[in-house]
Design a protein around this ligand. Structure first.
Ligand SMILES: [Zn+2]
Length: 410
């Protein structure tokens, strides 16, 4: 069982420890020490990284980099996964150091989570069912169906108030029976002789093995990002400390960039974006009306210049470089509605396409003709006897395909 130095001193950055064993495991090479300040992934908090200094090299680089830390729950050992253990020997005493910046960030996020969870419980009576600390942001899942924007604002305000008050955060130990009489927020289900409790003075008392700040002021700040419905309740995303500052900075840069696009102030952005969207929708409406009129006129014009097939039907073949599928389909339908007509149309643009259509009662099969054409093109599509559509690999082949289809009808 590894002596956990972070249990009583979460600020300890360097320490001496004896190498008990170097173990080859499926996940890599793990070093077991008699004592360790390295935090192994657990309780939602990720592992520490750092270095184990070989006695002959000390902590001067190059030394042995710790890249992952896990705990073996059955033995209580902390497993320090290293990149290369060749410089280490069992029995030697080594100088070890954890990555202090990473640890400081984890202290801020994890202590911030305790404050936030307690605030949700006190103000809304929502229990926290799980916690996850990611590389960018953290989440807690609350046992509730919904969290209102007003609740978010109130909880965020209370949390930051508790930070501002700089309340002492202390580590206490108690038996589960003692803990039950102390008003501990959440007692773990697993049987343990002693529970480690994190006490935020006159605000929260919770069982936790994580690394925490000395006083709430060290959390810096808490910024709630978003909420989303998940299976077990509502997930709340948040950032604390320097992450909150970095996130606010990134948000502000994004908003400033967007505001520059609209030549407006960031607070006017939603209004400007909505206005532009309304304008786009109105323009689209006008455009589709105009295109309908163009199609109407073009259909009439085409019908006058159509060639007659031996069957007596009028055949119209045309390729449109700048129109889309919706337009050629509309045009084809207008043409065949005039009766006794066949329209073989194609378009280029971003999605080269084909439309074959015939007036009801004509003897040809547009679906079969399309199928045959698409087989040659190697693209997809389909339709029925009177109307069929499909894609073309490029504009040039879309243009050629209608000519070839027309030739097969003549
Ligand atoms: Zn915790």
């Amino acid at each position: 069982m590894t002596e956990r130095l972070y249990y009583t001193d979460p600020f300890l950055q360097s320490f001496e420890a004896r190498v008990l064993e170097i173990r080859s495991l499926p996940a890599g090479t793990a070093v077991v020490l008699d004592r360790s300040a390295f935090y192994p992934t657990s309780g939602g908090q990720p592992f520490d990284t750092g270095w184990i200094g070989c006695p002959r090299v000390g902590l001067e680089r190059p030394n042995v980099r710790v890249i992952n830390v896990e705990e073996d729950e059955s033995t209580g050992e902390v497993l320090h996964y290293v990149e290369d253990a060749s410089k280490l020997n069992s029995g030697e005493v080594c100088e070890c150091a954890i990555d202090a910046e990473r640890r400081a960030d984890h202290r801020q996020q994890h202590s911030g989570q305790h404050v936030l969870s307690a605030a949700f419980e006190q103000l809304c009576n929502f229990a926290t069912v799980s916690f996850h600390m990611g590389d960018e942001s953290c989440t807690i899942d609350l046992a509730t169906n919904a969290v209102t924007p007003a609740q978010i604002v109130a909880v965020e305000k209370l949390s930051n108030q508790v930070i501002y008050e700089d309340r002492p955060v202390t580590i206490r130990f108690a038996t589960p029976d003692e803990a039950r009489t102390m008003g501990v927020r959440k007692i773990p289900a697993a049987e343990r002789e002693k529970l480690r409790l994190i006490d935020i003075e006159n605000f929260d008392l919770n069982a936790c093995g994580g690394t925490h700040v000395r006083s709430t002021g060290q959390i810096g700040s808490i910024l709630i990002r978003k909420t989303e419905k998940v299976r077990q309740g509502v997930r709340v995303e948040f950032v604390c400390g320097m992450r909150a500052v970095a996130t606010a900075r990134r948000d502000f840069t994004t908003l400033t960039d967007a505001a520059a696009v609209f030549s407006t102030h960031i607070y006017e952005l939603p209004q400007q974006a909505r206005k532009l969207l309304d304008e786009v929708k109105a323009a689209q409406k006008i455009q589709s009306k105009l295109l309908e009129e163009v199609a109407e006129l073009q259909a009439a014009q085409f019908l006058q210049s159509a060639t007659a097939l031996p069957s007596g039907a009028r055949l119209l073949v045309h390729y449109f470089a700048d129109r889309d599928l919706a337009f050629i389909k509309m045009l084809a339908q207008k043409i065949v509605r005039a009766g006794q007509s066949i329209a073989l149309l194609s378009c280029g643009g971003s999605q080269p396409s084909l439309v074959f259509a015939q007036s009801q009662g004509l003897p040809h099969d547009m679906g079969a003709l399309m199928k045959q054409t698409l087989q040659a093109l190697g693209t997809r599509g389909g339709g029925n006897k009177d109307l069929a559509q499909g894609g073309a690999p490029d504009a040039e082949r879309a243009e050629r395909a209608v000519m070839e289809a027309a030739a097969s009808l003549a």
